[in-house]
Write a protein that binds this ligand. Sequence first.
Ligand SMILES: N[C@@H](CCC(=O)N[C@@H](CS)C(=O)NCC(=O)O)C(=O)O
Length: 439
Amino acid sequence: VHTNSSQGMQDWRRATPISSPKPISATTLNHISRETRDVPRMVRFYRDVLGLSLIKRPNFDFGGAWFALPGKGGGVALHIIESDPEKPSVVINQEGTQCLRAPERFIRRSEHFALTVTDIEEAKQRLKEHGITFAINTVPGTEIVQLFLYDPDENGIEIGNFDVHTTSSQGISECTRVKCNADQQRCVELQSSIHSPDILSGLSSDVVLYSSWFCPYAQRVWIALEEKGVTFQYVEIDPYEAPAAVDSTRKYTKKPLSLDEKRKRYPEWIAASPLGLVPALRHKSATVCDSMVCLEYIEEVWQGVGEDAVNCTLRFPHLLPKSPEERAHVRYWCVYANEKIIPFYYRMLMEQEKSAQENAKQIILTGLFEFASAMSAEGPFFLGACISMADIVLFPWYERLVTVGAAYRDFSVPNSCRGFARLEKMYDAMKKRPAVVRT
Ligand SMILES: N[C@@H](CCC(=O)N[C@@H](CS)C(=O)NCC(=O)O)C(=O)O
């Protein structure tokens, strides 16, 4: 069909053959979507900058969050959708040439807008009559059927019977768009009672860290939470008796409270840490204690989004590498630091005899040297460009060695030696990390 620009739209319409199939009759705009690799970051933006309210989202098997978009009558939603790692970035079509268009089923987790129809079967029929291919999906726990199709310029479109009455408790029956339209007030009430989707757990304070400001073990866990970008509630614990209550004959003046006293003062902490030690974590119904166990827990719960760990820009950076072999390497050197270096820091400080202090110092230096030999040559971190658990495990003591150890025991690392220079490089890089600065 040829149109001439001065006649525009009008002619184009007239030129459509009378016998062409009927169009789909959509009733409303249901939602628009944004695809992201970082759902929590998008949530913070749309919630905290644009002030949108979260609304309930069905139990999809991928991450995302839904917002109510403002507007007269309300009811249009913004769907933040975690991108599908399986979506091909390059598609080869039937002629063997490269094209942009991933199969229609990928529109579900890509950018699109969605229109509501009342009769989904009729919509399917119309699309077929127009020769438009589409993918079909059902929203989990509901009777909502979604059709996904492309416009001629490869823009994704969704068509769904979003107003269908659905009875399942798992799905969005409580707050479908139609209810928002019909009763804005009720929708607002529902929004305020809605639980955040799981992907948001890192943004809410259902994570509690029991810590003491001076404790290097707690600092490990604190750094890990900061690195992962988890929002948590920090609870300061003072596990020691007040100085006045300390026996004046004791050389070591810090006397821990009894377990009973700790429980009386901090019942929630002791419920999470039966031995009465910091750090401990509470996350939803889970309680976790011991710094190494906490680090492993944090690593497992807040996994990186996507596969691209290379530039370390993941929402939840990996603290352990991918291959079992490399993970074992990192874990071994964590154990090494725990057994061969850290206890001797305390020994060096506690010993009153100069020779015993020097002996502890030598053990520390040997341990540090061995640790440095296991580090990647380039650095700055243990494994190279990306931080890992090994850096987090050693750092709090390295920091204390070169500050407290230097002040009280004249501790220093010989900077002439390449091995120690490598440790200094890690220390410098760690100190600059915003996550570390916050601790
Ligand atoms: N193995 C534990 C050690 C934790 C630890 O010793 N914490 C000290 C503070 S740095 C503590 O809670 N002391 C209290 C007490 O001794 O009662 C871990 O890795 O978390």
